[in-house]
Design a protein around this ligand. Structure first.
Ligand SMILES: Cc1ncc(COP(=O)(O)O)c(C=O)c1O
Length: 351
């Protein structure tokens, strides 16, 4: 076994609603608001697409998801040769790490960001530099200053999970102008569709200038397909050709591909969902206690508190399962009814 696996443990999901009910003696329904899933679910057209292809289950998928590649290519106006799919971004992150990192290399990222950048770097026996957050968000200046000759990958998450914070187009442009051109910068925009900030980066435009800027997007969040596992990277043709060697031949399932095409085609539904999310998100920032919340551009909010366990349990007591972190609790924005309950707790909590 690789020695470095001793530094890691397998992913541990939080307790299931059933286990939580038992542990805390809770009666009534519990809502899972811990993993930033889209509670509205996917477009109804997704179910139709899946039903239409149920007779094809015995076939392997078409390698490389060509139909979905065409659809994304048209949607983003990028050449199909610059797109590569994974079974969720989790697999894309794994493939990039596996393709790029050798023992002793370094990745640079932020502290308090998506854990899979770290996890996959350690598996490849790479070193990880985690730059502390600045004002609750990515410290791009600190990240630039941490890049050295050993740096083989830089991971940015925008908006960031778990903080919900973002950096602007101007910030990213300035950053890319200063990163050495041989260092790949991976920009994970898993929550892109929920963003409303007008100065959010146009990362595709930035890619036209910088071959080392790579973009990640997923169908797991706003498109509501977390259970089907589809994510992708948009990168230079040269990088995609190499990473495609790592990709397991049939990684995205047949049904996942059809489902993602149908979800992408229904932009009206996507707009409806993201609009509802923005309205519900605003309700949290309308209360005076929002001074304890980091500003979010996503479908979740990071609530800062020293009393993490107490807040987690108070939210659980009103039926909402959230996700505790060392410096606060991350809540996924729910339906109006669940948000009413969480807002009531947040209004009265002693932070
Ligand atoms: C920032 C970020 N990147 C990637 C992922 C993984 O997404 P996927 O479901 O596409 O594997 C997540 C999931 O929570 C995420 O928050």
């Amino acid at each position: 076994m690789k020695e470095q696996l001793n530094q890691l443990s397998a992913y541990e999901p939080g307790l299931s609603p059933r286990a939580l009910k038992e542990k805390y003696g809770i009666e009534g329904e519990l809502f899972k608001l811990a993993s930033n899933e889209n509670l509205y679910g996917p477009s109804p057209k997704v179910k139709e697409a899946i039903k239409d292809h149920l007779d094809e289950l015995y076939y392997y998928p078409e390698t490389g998801s060509p139909l979905l590649k065409q659809a994304i290519s048209k949607h983003l106006n990028v050449a199909p040769s610059r797109i590569l799919f994974g079974a969720g971004l989790d697999e894309v992150i794994l493939m990039i790490s596996r393709a790029v990192l050798t023992p002793g290399d370094t990745i640079v990222t932020s502290e308090a960001t998506f854990g899979q950048y770290y996890h996959n770097a350690i598996v490849e026996a790479a070193n990880v530099v985690q730059v502390p957050l600045k004002d609750g968000g990515f410290d791009l200046e600190g990240i630039i200053n941490s890049i050295d000759n050993d740096t083989k990958l830089v991971w940015l998450c925008n908006p960031n999970n778990p903080t919900g914070t973002y950096f602007s187009h101007e910030d990213l442009e300035d950053f890319m102008a200063r990163v050495p051109s041989h260092v790949p910068v991976i920009i994970d925009e898993a929550y892109f569709e929920f963003v409303t900030a007008e100065d959010f980066p146009d990362t595709l435009a930035i890619q036209q200038q910088y071959d080392n800027a790579f973009l990640l997007r997923t169908f797991s969040k706003a498109y509501g397909l977390a259970g089907l596992r589809v994510g992708y990277v948009v990168a230079s043709e040269q990088a995609i050709t190499k990473w495609n060697i790592i990709r397991p031949p049939f990684n995205v399932t047949r049904l996942s591909e059809y489902a993602a095409v149908a979800a992408l085609e229904d932009q009206d539904y996507l707009h409806e969902v993201t609009q509802k999310n923005s309205e519900q998100r605003q309700r949290f920032y309308d209360i005076p206690q929002s001074k304890h919340f980091l500003p979010s551009q996503t479908n979740f909010i990071f609530v800062k508190t020293d009393r993490v366990n107490d807040l987690y349990e108070a939210l659980l007591n009103v039926g909402c399962i959230t996700r505790p972190f060392p410096t606060g609790v991350r809540i996924t924005i729910g339906f109006e009814e669940q948000n009413d309950k969480m807002l009531d707790v947040l209004r009265h909590f002693n932070y």
